[in-house]
Design a protein around this ligand. Sequence first.
Ligand code: NAG
Ligand code: NAG
Ligand code: NAG
Length: 419
Amino acid sequence: MKSSASLCEDRERCLITNMGRFTPLLFGCTSVTFIFSIFILFSPLPLAPTIPKQLHQDDDHTTPLIKPHQSDERCDLFKGHWVPDEKGSPYTNWSCTTIPDSKNCFKHGRKDTDFVNWRWKPQGCHLPRFDPATFFRLFQGKKLAFVGDSVSRNHMESLLCLLSQEEVPRDIYKDSEDRFRTWYFPRHDFTLMILWSKFLVEGEERMSNGTASGVYDLYLDKIDNSWAQKVPEIDFAIISNAHWFFRPMYLHKGGKVMGCVYCNEEGVEEVGVGFALRMAFRAAFEYINGCEKCKGMVTLLRTFSPAHFENGSWNTGGGCSRTSPLGKGEVDLASFERQLGNIQVEEMERAKRGGDIRVVKFGALDVTTAMLMRPDGHPGAHWGNKWMKGYNDCVHWCLPGPIDAWNDILLAVLVREAG
Ligand SMILES: *[C@@H]1O[C@H](CO)[C@@H](O)[C@H](O)[C@H]1NC(C)=O
Ligand SMILES: *[C@@H]1O[C@H](CO)[C@@H](O)[C@H](O)[C@H]1NC(C)=O
Ligand SMILES: *[C@@H]1O[C@H](CO)[C@@H](O)[C@H](O)[C@H]1NC(C)=O
């Protein structure tokens, strides 16, 4: 019998795989293809391999630390490169007992260990490594919820590992499918939750002859209540999502179909993944801005997390077996993935302008560029076929691994805000 955790992940994997049916144009791609290969279609500039020189210079000592009231405009947490850091990860698969099997790369035979020996070096500033004591000080008595899909969960699991080095949490709530989970740290009165949502707005999969079709209806004027109803009790929300938008779907608004993604249907306009993503984030942020009970909540957008399939996609034998990061010059900042991240940031900025900043605060954790450089950070082919049944997971991230940097960034953003 399967554990509920693997059921949850299996189901998502199946749906991601379904998408592969719509990517027959990709077989010509033999070079490095990022995220589901589909992107290649939108990305006119394939990456040219170059030597990542900047990986080996650490300008730590020439740039200022992140300080409260950091006003140095040159400091950009979201641009930079990865530098070697022999200190490695602050936790291991022994010291963190909550690493799910599917992300426990060392347990599943990953032999190269270099991928944990890198640190994100933002432009113009030094990013301190995650400090659980500082985190708990800021979050004493607070509730933080991750809202999103399995990559959002991956982020939450990283935070759980980092925090559990300071205090072992209590696992206080889990629904039958392990989609919603709550952890509590009694010594610090801190609550950490994951609220599952594929699209942020309501989305339903069409059934065809009693089986799931892989085609979705998205209702842009209906917020997914599974997270929305919890918002009044949350102090901090980290909102993400994108991977589910790569499926055929129909977008509904005001009782009408306003367009589709990969539907190939006469009379229905193809609006593209980016548009669908934009409208869903717009709806989610507008909901937060307009929600009486959301007053005082801090909303952080975690931007698109790229996948790194090479030589194919999920179901065409694609994999990710690199063992070191790419350099700054090796990632394509005009890529479709970066554009998706930009769309999300634009919608966050729009919400910021449209809302009352005295009551709702918005911010970004823009991890897209940093993660474009980490093809080496996925479970990929490094371990057995237990979860993926022959597929390589180049979407989620190993724990420990580069995803831990998202929490270094999270803490830096919050320290800056709190200062
Ligand atoms: C941790 O990883 C090692 C390999 O580095 C593996 O032998 C061990 O079973 C793993 N332990 C746990 C608790 O996952
Ligand atoms: C619907 O499912 C039944 C039973 O699985 C099958 O016999 C039938 O051919 C299917 N019909 C269509 C239109 O796919
Ligand atoms: C993709 O194919 C190239 C050329 O055959 C090979 O060198 C590379 O290792 C492959 N990558 C993966 C992840 O299988």
